[in-house]
Design a binder for this molecule. Structure first.
Ligand SMILES: Nc1ncnc2c1ncn2[C@@H]1O[C@H](COP(=O)(O)OP(=O)(O)OP(=O)(O)O)[C@@H](O)[C@H]1O
Length: 241
């Protein structure tokens, strides 16, 4: 599949020893009340690699995803996406980076109810590419892939929770982001649909060369990942199973 999106920002080779699309170093976060969610967390995710993060409720998985997205701040540490450190960026530059380099499947990143499914899915690509025809056709292709072929003209306000989740997955993939962040991406789907959508998600990540981080409680979702890491107060640990 062609990819004529803008090139990733130039990498500072002096500080990047790997080809990781996502690099996290020494991340620390203490929440009000004094509880430490993580202390000195390190993570590198390569292009085409899918990492699942699991862990008990309240260990900070969603908070970590928000920090990786530049939506929340760590107390210490560095997050680099596509070779660019988020910390020094102002809010405008962070928004631009998020738009160009990150695809989200978050509950909070709502599908817009008064746009059609096609418009919702095309939006991230339309924002970074002048080729509206391509954005429309890519959106239709991805809607078909998530089982919503022929529904591009329907309004998002009329969809079920599981249908909306599939639209969110299509929307996260459409602009071929460097990094895909997903929070329980199949949480509202029946097992068969979840398996199909996960398969699409995993092959889009591998073929498109994105780095993907998925937070999940679902063993079936974790099973498609290349690495499963468990978040505890001491950091991210490789899972035994
Ligand atoms: N800004 C904040 N102020 C106070 N507490 C916070 C803040 N952000 C996160 N927390 C707390 O940090 C903990 C981690 O929350 P988070 O939602 O990241 O956990 P999680 O591992 O994703 O949990 P779950 O699996 O239940 O979704 C929770 O106890 C939450 O209340």
């Amino acid at each position: 599949m062609p990819n004529d999106l803008a090139p990733l920002p130039t990498r500072d080779t002096a500080t990047h020893a790997t080809d990781a699309r996502l690099v996290v170093r020494g991340l620390a976060k203490t929440v009000p009340g004094g509880r430490e969610l993580f202390s000195g967390l390190d993570l590198a995710v390569a292009g085409g690699e899918l990492v699942a993060i699991v862990g008990e409720s309240g260990t900070g998985k969603s908070t970590l995803l928000n920090i990786l997205a530049g939506l929340d701040e760590a107390d210490r540490g560095v997050v680099e996406v596509g070779g660019t450190a988020l910390g020094p960026l102002d809010e405008t530059a962070r928004t631009t980076l998020r738009r160009e380099l990150i695809g989200f499947v978050f509950q909070a990143f709502h599908i817009l109810p008064y746009l059609t499914l096609g418009q919702n899915v095309a939006l991230p690509l339309a924002l970074v590419s002048p080729d509206a025809t391509r954005a429309t056709s890519e959106a239709e292709r991805l809607l078909h892939a998530v089982g919503l072929g022929g529904r591009a003209g329907d309004y998002a306000r009329d969809l079920s929770g599981g249908e909306l989740q599939r639209v969110a997955i299509a929307r996260a993939l459409v602009h071929r982001p460097a990094l895909i962040l997903a929070d329980e991406p199949t949480g509202n789907l029946d097992p068969d649909t979840a398996a199909r959508v996960l398969e699409l998600f995993a092959s889009a990540v591998r073929e498109g060369g994105a780095a993907a981080v998925i937070v999940t409680h679902s063993p079936a979702t974790a099973a498609v990942a290349d690495r499963v890491l468990t978040l505890t107060a001491t950091g991210l640990n490789a899972s035994d199973d």
